[in-house]
Design a protein around this ligand. Structure first.
Ligand code: G4P
Length: 528
């Protein structure tokens, strides 16, 4: 028992969110480097080839050199056991990216100092806010010309609606990047180039009151720093751990992942400020992670490589207790006891079979086709289910039909199974049924995945017609008469497979108009 408690206490499970190219991969590599999980930075997923080592899945991945599904990396550092949930970016951005955040206890937001808040950061950030998880900001690429620091913080506060509290402060940027000032210790760590992080930097620590400071960074920068710190002390929010843990205040750090500057400081502070796995809400009340009974929920299902068997791997986040290979667990939604087989875990670059795992960890188990996203597993006398995972608004829609009408059965089966895995969302025309279906996806790549899998696994060719809609809204009002809703001319009424009504819009202006025209109408971006 004591051992279990210790194991759980040292766990930190978080996701790194960013817009593509802000430096998430580079930062992850540097983290792994500190943890000794890899020997050389650059080997986690060098843009194309090395990635396959981590998730060697479908032909599409191999062809394009991208990772279609997200994975988890576990490593130890400084007596912590760290689980980094990888949120796929680029074109492979999908619902999985959002769902991964449901499994995290906190998030690290990487922002490119020369670009500020970008589209994808904004989307992922919304999910973090919905979950009230702590968000830590790392402003990256300070070795390149960055935007004005105050303007960057202002942008985060205004655009994302979260207060910021800089823990350190940059001195210059780009060619003039001199280092960072730690507001707590009142010391400056000087920047030195580390040849893209491959050699030890010769950086120094100097107190802000040290007379040699102007020799190190130049008198003009020293004066500017003192001025900025005064301004900052007067203007920025006080550090308040309570607000940080509620996701209302984001501690901000500056650095350069590529040159390995400020990364370890960030990691150390971050690990101290984040908490070990937190209690989670279930339909029988709050479940404590230290509870001796094992419990977990599925947040991702990945179709497996072996198309002959259509086997799948269900990734689950352990929320309480200890997992032991071969243990019998209750699959709550299936109302059945079973043994989880082939439990796997991803350690830096390789998959391995796990013998034991603890609250905070992620394991992948073989899914014979019985599990769905959001399902709960538990042991112990009491049976309970964790809160469901919301459905995230798709942004791309297409009308899909099979080419050969004789293959209707395979088509429906394939579409339903792929939807059950959560890769696509399926809708129907309002009141006309399943003849033609509308598929919604969060990232366009999912359309290719759908076509590929229907052809290869179900032997069905499809025709796809892209639709112009970009926004979907669930209707929150109970018992609303959809016929009575008057929207803009480009609005479309549809329903999901449970018969719940939804609205499609071409642009956000139409959403506003529709809300104006229908008093009392409540629309939501997340489905239940
Ligand atoms: P991502 O996972 O968020 O998409 O970003 P990634 O780490 O792949 O970084 C995107 C590009 O930005 C990479 O350059 C990377 O080397 C560079 N980069 C990351 N951190 C820093 C930094 O602190 N300073 C500077 N100057 N550059 C940084 P690339 O040319 O696309 O790839 P590569 O050939 O360097 O690997």
């Amino acid at each position: 028992m004591a051992d279990m408690k210790q194991q759980i206490q040292k766990r930190r499970t978080f996701a790194i969110i960013s817009h593509p190219d802000a430096g998430k991969t580079t930062l992850t590599e540097k983290f792994l480097l500190y943890g000794g999980a890899i020997n050389l930075a650059g080997s986690v997923k060098g843009k194309a080839t090395a990635r396959h080592a981590v998730s060697d899945w479908m032909e599409i991945e191999k062809e394009r050199g991208i990772s279609v599904t997200s994975s988890v990396l576990q490593f130890n550092y400084d007596n912590y056991c760290i689980n980094i949930l990888d949120t796929p970016g680029h074109q492979d951005f999908s619902e999985d990216t959002y769902r991964t955040l449901m499994a995290a206890d906190s998030a690290v937001m990487v922002i490119d100092g020369s670009k500020g808040v970008e589209a994808q950061t904004r989307k992922l950030f919304k999910v973090c806010v919905m979950r009230h998880i702590p968000i830590f900001t790392f402003i990256n690429k300070m070795d390149r010309d960055a935007n004005d620091t105050f303007a960057l913080l202002d942008e985060i506060e205004k655009e994302l609606g979260i207060a910021t509290c800089p823990i350190n402060w940059p001195i210059g940027s780009g060619k003039e990047f001199k280092g960072v000032y730690d507001r707590n210790t009142r010391k400056i760590t000087t920047f030195s180039d580390t040849a893209r992080g491959t050699k030890e930097g010769a950086s120094k620590e100097i107190s802000i009151d040290d007379s040699s400071l102007s020799d190190e960074i130049g008198e003009a920068f020293r004066e500017q720093l003192i001025e900025e710190i005064e301004l900052l002390d007067g203007a920025s929010a006080e550090f308040d751990m309570e607000l940080v843990s509620k996701g209302k205040l984001s501690p901000v750090f500056f650095g350069s992942a590529l040159t390995n500057f400020g990364v370890e400081t960030f990691l150390k502070h971050f690990l101290q400020m984040t908490s070990s796995p937190l209690p989670r809400v279930s339909d029988c009340g709050i479940v404590d992670p230290f509870n001796k009974n094992f419990s977990a929920f599925v947040f991702k299902i990945q179709a497996n490589m072996n198309k002959a068997h259509r086997d799948r791997i269900a990734f689950m986040r352990i929320c309480s207790g200890k997992f032991e290979a071969g243990m019998e667990v209750m699959h709550v939604q299936g109302n059945k006891k079973l043994r989880l087989s082939q439990p796997q875990q991803l350690m830096a670059q390789e998959r391995k079979i796990v013998e034991e795992a603890y609250a905070g960890d992620i394991i992948g188990v073989f899914d014979p086709g019985l599990f769905s996203i959001g399902d709960t597993f538990c042991t112990g006398a009491e049976k309970f289910a964790y809160e469901g995972i919301p459905t995230f608004a798709p942004e791309h829609f297409a009308r899909v039909r099979q080419v050969d009408t004789m293959k209707r059965k395979q088509f429906v089966k394939g579409i339903s199974q792929i939807a059950q895995e959560g890769a696509i969302q399926v809708f129907q025309e309002y009141q006309t049924g399943m003849e033609e279906i509308i598929v919604g996806v969060v990232g366009v790549l999912q359309f290719d995945v759908l076509r590929y899998r229907l052809e290869n696994e179900y032997n069905v060719d499809i025709r796809m017609e892209n639709l112009p809609y970009e926004h979907i809204r669930w209707i929150e009002n109970e018992n609303i008469d959809l016929d009575k809703i008057t929207g803009t001319s480009d609005m479309k009424k549809i329903q999901d497979l449970k018969g719940q009504p939804l609205l499609l819009f071409v642009n956000s202006w139409s959403i506003g108009m529709t809300l104006e025209r229908n008093e009392g109408l409540e629309l939501s971006e997340f489905g239940r």
